[in-house]
Design a protein around this ligand. Structure first.
Ligand SMILES: *Cc1c(COP(=O)(O)O)cnc(C)c1O
Length: 460
């Protein structure tokens, strides 16, 4: 499979470059030139497969000769062997919908599913190449922990994680900052998540700096993450008994990565009816999908901090599709967004979006109410992100199998749970040690020069 950039179709790339670079040199996002669509009978043949075997089937065509099939199997088995569930995920009936639990990995959020695989891809790649890589990534809380767990202790790799100072939950922070491995560096930036993301983007586009440190990125635009995430949509579909009814997914959304993976699964032939883009009050994507106005405003802090985002990086991939794969139009649109902070989606394009996507926005109170109701009715605690996905179905009257992606374990967000139901949500036994362990992180101004100096100082 060959890849192109959303901003320039004229050049093609191999998977290894797409994976290591993350972002194309022209600022665009990598995307496959063409996709193979599975037939219904091909998909039903996947039914007997365990999670890892299915992952191998779905992922293999995307990576070309990056690894042999055998090596890919080993990498996948190693990646998913660290999960607490044999088949990685679980589908649980909760009232009139189902909850797809994706948080049984080492850092208790769905991001482990993709990140464990990436960590092992890096290790494999560096075993065969003679180089050192420095990963730099911004996090709103969960990406950082998942990336650190996947990279820690690996040879020829360092990881630098930028998180917004005082804006992630203490449990999220401790999952990142209590490790003892020498190749992990945490930086608390005095700013918000978008500031962190902008700092990382600036470092990437500064070719002198990014080449000097051989920089690589694992944020949600990395195509390898998207393909790893599309696997669980397939696996979930195969778990659902009743295929006569339509299947809808509601996806708690920030950077449009997870829900885009669902859209990719649909493009690969998986019969998904609608994907609901569920947001908190940072609702740029809800405004885009319901009113046709993609326009950044300020970011406000919520009880679902992993979705406190105004610039949804992966949205560019959808814009490219809306432009019928016209990359120069996409380049113009992205320039316009940068200049005017706005992208107006006309009616024709909006109709196209609504064939696949609906959206919903949940206020803080509505989110707390969902947590309370679900707890009272079913004795189950949803994390605030998942609660947003659950509640989003109430704003649309969709028939069929309605599935909510459960993106994090509630114990990562104890303040929200306490507020909603006056209960403490405990960490799983094996993770309690992080609560008392010594933390290690630097606190730095929202200043590109200072961050670069810090990184250069650490890798000398
Ligand atoms: C990252 C994250 C999200 C948002 O996922 P995107 O791929 O950025 O849309 C939702 N919930 C949780 C718990 C997360 O960590």
């Amino acid at each position: 499979m060959k890849y192109i950039s959303t901003r320039d179709r004229s050049k093609t790339f191999e998977f290894s470059e797409v994976f290591i670079k993350g972002l194309a040199d022209d600022g665009g996002l990598f995307i496959p030139e063409t996709l193979h669509e599975y037939t219904e009978s091909e998909i039903s043949e996947f039914k007997e497969l365990g999670y890892s075997e299915l992952a191998k089937k779905i992922i293999h065509p995307f990576i070309g000769n990056f690894t042999s099939e055998d090596e890919l199997s080993k990498i996948i088995e190693k990646s998913y062997g660290v999960f607490r569930k044999e088949n990685v995920i679980e589908l649980i009936k909760v009232g009139d919908r189902s909850v797809l639990e994706l948080f049984h990995g080492p850092t208790l959020a769905f991001k482990d599913v993709a990140m464990q695989l990436l960590g092992n891809f890096y290790e494999y790649y560096l075993n065969n190449a003679n180089e050192k890589i420095n990963i730099v990534v911004a996090t709103s809380g969960d990406t950082g922990a998942a990336a650190i767990d996947a990279i820690k202790g690996k040879k020829n790799l360092n990881i630098f994680v930028l998180h917004p100072y005082n804006r992630i939950s203490p449990v999220q922070r401790k999952l990142m900052t209590t490790g003892k491995e020498k190749n992990v560096f945490n930086i608390a930036v005095k700013g918000n998540f978008d500031d962190c993301q902008n700092l990382v983007k600036s470092m990437f586009s500064d070719k002198e700096f990014s080449n000097q440190i051989n920089m690589s990125g694992v944020n949600s635009i990395n195509w390898a993450r998207i393909i790893a995430q599309s696997v669980y949509y397939f696996y979930c579909y195969l778990l659902v008994e009743d295929h006569k009814q339509p299947i809808n997914f509601s996806v708690p959304t920030g950077n449009f990565g997870d829900v885009y993976a669902g859209y990719l699964a649909k493009k690969l032939g998986l019969p998904i009816n609608k994907l609901i883009v569920a947001t908190n009050q940072n609702d740029i994507l809800h405004r885009a999908i319901s009113e046709g106005k993609y326009e950044a405003t300020h970011v406000s802090e919520t009880i679902s901090p992993s979705m406190d985002i105004q610039i949804a990086s992966n949205f560019e991939r959808l814009i490219y599709d809306l432009n019928d794969h016209d990359s120069s139009q996409t380049l113009d649109d992205m320039k316009n967004i940068k200049q005017n902070g706005q992208y107006i989606i006309n009616n024709e394009k909006l109709k196209k979006i609504n064939k696949d996507f609906l959206s919903a926005r949940m206020s803080e109170q509505q989110t707390l109410d969902v947590i309370k109701n679900i707890y009272e009715k079913f004795n189950m605690i949803l994390d605030p992100h998942t609660a947003i996905g659950y509640g989003a179905f109430d704003k649309h009257n969709l028939k069929g199998n309605n599935i909510v992606l459960a993106t994090a374990h509630p114990c990562k967000f104890p303040d929200a749970i306490l507020k909603a139901i006056n209960l403490k949500s405990d960490l799983p036994e094996e993770l309690r040690f992080i609560l008392d362990d010594k933390e290690n992180y630097g606190i730095i101004e929202n200043n590109l020069k200072k961050i670069k100096q810090y990184i250069l100082g650490k890798i000398k």
